[in-house]
Design a protein around this ligand. Structure first.
Ligand code: LMR
Length: 399
């Protein structure tokens, strides 16, 4: 019966990596998948991670199961990083956290949990959003709608249109937000917009689900979660998915967490049992290594300080590249204003090219980017920025 199955089109982001590797052009540039790269084009293991790994290797005495909810120390560290200790204390037993296989595992778990609580819920996704949101959340058979988010003309959030569209959401629907460093557009909500979203969620009885994959890569570990904390303080229910892929560089270790804030401690107890049972039915127990590394770093003040320093270096490099790219594009004689690249946050921005132009950048110039025109800023370096700017100038001159 397997012959009934048709092959699916390749993943729009992941397919770029092997294509880039196979390209013999020495000038090739990889601006595809959201993976941090240093000036030499490498994706390094962070110093604190290496140190924690050697401590774990020397000290680990057992490989026994961690249990469906994962490593408790890791879960608490992740909750503290996202919510801060003061808010965490005031949430008390209304909050539960579980370790998940990456942010994707957290999103999938969140979707199944939401479908158990309200099978009729519609999930509202930003337009545009990360292409894997639909398959991940849709797998739980929840309805999907989108709300306008990014204005490609002004390179800003279409906030009025977003609120207008969300007025059609029903009580019990789910509003998916990006915690910071919006993927793919890099445009985040301003403080007053977070407040308006909070008021809307309260007013309409929406459950907010936050995907936080880039904490620390925008303005800093604390500033990046200001909106998340504002919502967590005042909404009766909230789901937060945190990923350690980018800020700890643990991509392949599949390290993430899901925190649920519930209306009361007794609801949270039921939620914890549901989440653990749903995890058990999916992957049984999460992989240990990445979470053990993060816990080791977070429990050791010297390692934690070193991690924060290196993360600040990563953030500084990305923000510096944003400025350099905007400048290189100005110097390449492009009449279009690329100043928005400097204002946007995190790994991604749209270059403002059509899907056809994106394909030409790949096929003619060996510049690999997602067809939507999204680029990974961290793939740029001093050696390739000139070629990138010149190639884009040539392409756009063709009209
Ligand atoms: C991206 O958006 O490029 C990253 O989050 C990698 C992925 O899994 O898509």
């Amino acid at each position: 019966m397997f012959e009934n199955l048709q092959a699916l089109p390749p993943d729009p982001i992941l397919a770029l990596t092997p294509a880039f590797r196979a390209d013999p052009n020495p000038r090739k540039i990889d601006l595809g998948a959201g993976v941090y790269k240093d000036e030499q084009g490498n994706t390094p293991v962070m110093r604190a991670v290496k140190q924690a790994e050697s401590e774990l290797l020397a000290g680990q005495r057992s490989k026994a199961y961690v249990g469906p909810a994962g490593d408790r120390g890791f879960n608490e560290a992740m909750a503290s990083l996202a919510f801060g200790d003061e808010l965490l204390a005031s949430l008390g037993e209304r909050r539960v956290s579980l370790q998940t296989p990456g942010g994707c595992g957290g999103l999938r778990l969140a979707a199944e949990f939401l479908a158990q609580a309200n099978p009729d819920a519609t999930v509202w996704l930003s337009d545009p959003t990360w292409p894997n949101h639909r398959p991940l959340l849709g797998a739980a058979r929840l309805g999907m709608e989108s709300y306008p988010y990014y204005d490609f003309g002004s390179h800003s959030v279409r906030f009025d249109a977003m609120l207008d569209r969300l007025s059609a959401a029903a009580a019990g629907d789910v509003l998916l937000l990006h915690g910071c460093c919006h993927n793919p557009c890099g445009a985040d909500l301003a403080a007053e917009q977070w407040r308006a979203v909070r008021d809307l969620a309260l007013d309409k009885g929406l459950v907010v689900l936050i995907d936080m994959a880039y904490q620390g890569l925008g303005d800093g570990l604390e500033r990046d979660v200001a909106g998340v904390r504002m919502l967590a303080e005042s909404l009766p229910e909230l789901l937060l998915v945190s990923s350690c892929s980018k800020n700890f560089g643990l991509y392949r270790e599949r390290t993430g967490a899901l925190s649920a804030i519930c209306a009361s401690a007794s609801v949270a107890k039921a939620a914890a049992s549901r989440l653990a049972a749903t995890a058990r039915a999916n992957w049984s127990m999460p992989p240990d290594h990445g979470a053990a590394v993060v816990r080791t770093i977070m429990e050791n003040p010297a390692l934690r300080a070193d991690w924060e320093t290196e993360l600040a270096e990563v953030r500084g490099r990305i923000n510096g590249l944003r400025t350099s790219l905007a400048q290189a594009l100005r110097e390449a004689g492009l009449s279009r204003d690329f100043g928005f690249i400097e204002r946007e946050k995190g790994m991604f921005s749209f270059l403002g090219v059509t899907p056809e132009q994106a394909e030409i950048l790949v096929s003619r110039y060996s510049i690999y980017l997602v067809k939507s025109g999204r680029i990974n800023i961290a793939g740029i370096n001093r050696a390739n920025i000139g070629y990138l700017a010149d190639s884009l100038a040539k392409l756009l001159a063709e009209g």
